[in-house]
Design a binder for this molecule. Structure first.
Ligand code: SF4
Length: 404
């Protein structure tokens, strides 16, 4: 497919930047046209600020971050080349267990943005972050035996989403002193999002990130309604070519909300909740997976085995015979109420999960676990066997010494 063939050219239909007095910019516009004019003006003014702080757009592939990338890239195209001075990073995060349909869409969208950036000579850098190999879902679940994550022990979001994105941002801060992170958050997305958004309300356009020193947060579409977002996406083709139809179809199939780009735990109200349909296919934090279920309900029956595997991970989580008595640090945990908390999955269960996953991978013909993850898992198993043998020897020594 020629992704450039139907792209707008600079100066054609995309450069209608309304000129509004600056003091009215922060008022919430109710007319969608006026709201978009204000947003464009804010983006334009902020980009024209006389400093070199790079922009980083958190791109999840969902409607809000797509709209944000659309508006920013449109603005860049409008600028004369001499004024496109500040780099704009578009970064997505791949947990390596993303819903396959969603990740497929994100990869295509990133590639389209990359091609358009090259064609229009935009200072846009497209990147995908991933968790470090020793912190992926499978390495923690199968390698270390962490029980499938749930709302009490949600070990995944920080390792698989927050750290990779934060590390990327930190690196850019190291290079440039400060960065501006553009987030497609909207107050009206949900009540949880409204509470999160309120934490950054300081009356200014830019806010300091709560956890990342040197990172300023810019939320250009904060006040847009969901209807306004959909209407805009339906009526305007993206500046990188094609249309937003693939995204709109994706939502139709998935049936709802999304998992946003996450840079702190308070940014992640919908990650692993019932409102999230765009999360990891392995997500056991939600009671019932809605992302894959939505695709299966829409006729994508090939995802049924993934759903069944995920349900099996939920089912085995609390089976006592599958868990070790001690935690990985060797301690036995009993809460102050006297409740025994079992340790990680035992070795037989970890092996069983790996075997089942590999046969599922073969059956579906799609990559579910990487070879590098399998190697890391085996390294951890070897270490665990050694540590366990040393621990047993030590306990035996203590017990023999006690009898002497
Ligand atoms: S979608 Fe679920 S499994 Fe993935 S990071 Fe969020 S809570 Fe964890």
């Amino acid at each position: 497919m020629d992704t450039m063939s139907n792209q707008p050219r600079p100066g054609k239909g995309v450069c209608k930047i309304a000129s509004k007095p600056k003091e009215t910019v922060c008022e919430k516009a109710t007319d969608p046209d006026l709201a978009f004019a204000q947003i464009r003006q804010e983006i334009q003014e902020e980009y024209a600020e006389p400093h070199e702080k790079p922009w980083i757009i958190g791109f999840s592939g969902g409607k809000d971050s797509t709209l944000l990338a659309h508006l920013v890239i449109e603005q860049l195209i409008c600028l004369p080349r001499s004024e496109r001075t500040r780099p704009v990073h578009v970064i997505a995060n791949d947990t390596l267990v993303e819903s396959p349909m969603v990740m497929g869409h994100v990869k295509l969208a990133l590639e389209e943005i990359r091609i358009a950036a090259r064609a229009f000579e935009l200072p846009v850098i497209v990147n995908t972050t991933t968790p470090k190999i020793d912190q992926t879902f499978w390495v923690n679940l199968i390698g270390r035996g962490y029980p499938s994550p749930n709302s009490n022990f949600r070990w995944c979001t920080d390792r698989m989403k927050i750290r990779p994105t934060s590390n990327y941002i930190r690196q850019r801060i190291k290079d440039s002193g400060e960065v501006i992170l553009l987030l497609g958050v909207r107050r009206s997305e949900s009540s949880a999002r409204a509470i999160t958004a309120a934490r950054y309300d300081n009356g200014s356009r830019l806010n300091r990130h709560n956890n990342l020193p040197g990172c300023l947060v810019f939320r250009p579409i904060l006040e847009l309604s969901t209807d306004a977002v959909w209407e805009y996406l339906a009526e305007h083709n993206p500046p990188w070519g094609g249309s937003h139809d693939r995204l709109i179809q994706l939502y139709r199939h998935a049936g709802g909300g999304e998992c946003p780009v996450v840079t702190s735990t308070i940014d992640a109200p919908s990650c692993g909740t019932t409102s999230s349909r765009f999360g990891c296919w392995t997500c056991t934090v939600v009671k019932k997976d809605k992302s894959l279920a939505g695709f299966v309900d829409s006729g994508f029956n090939e995802f049924m085995p993934l759903l069944e595997f995920r349900d099996w991970l939920v089912q085995i989580r609390n089976e006592p015979v599958r868990r070790l008595a001690r935690r990985r640090n060797g301690q036995v945990t009993i809460t102050k109420n006297g409740v025994f908390v079992p340790g990680p999955f035992n070795m037989a269960t970890r092996q069983e999960i790996l075997d089942r996953l590999l046969s599922l991978q073969e059956k579906l013909g799609m990559m579910l676990i990487r070879q590098s993850e399998i190697e890391k898992i085996r390294d951890i198993w070897v270490e665990d066997v050694i540590v366990s043998a040393e621990r047993n020897a030590e306990m035996q020594h203590v017990s023999v010494a006690g009898r002497l």
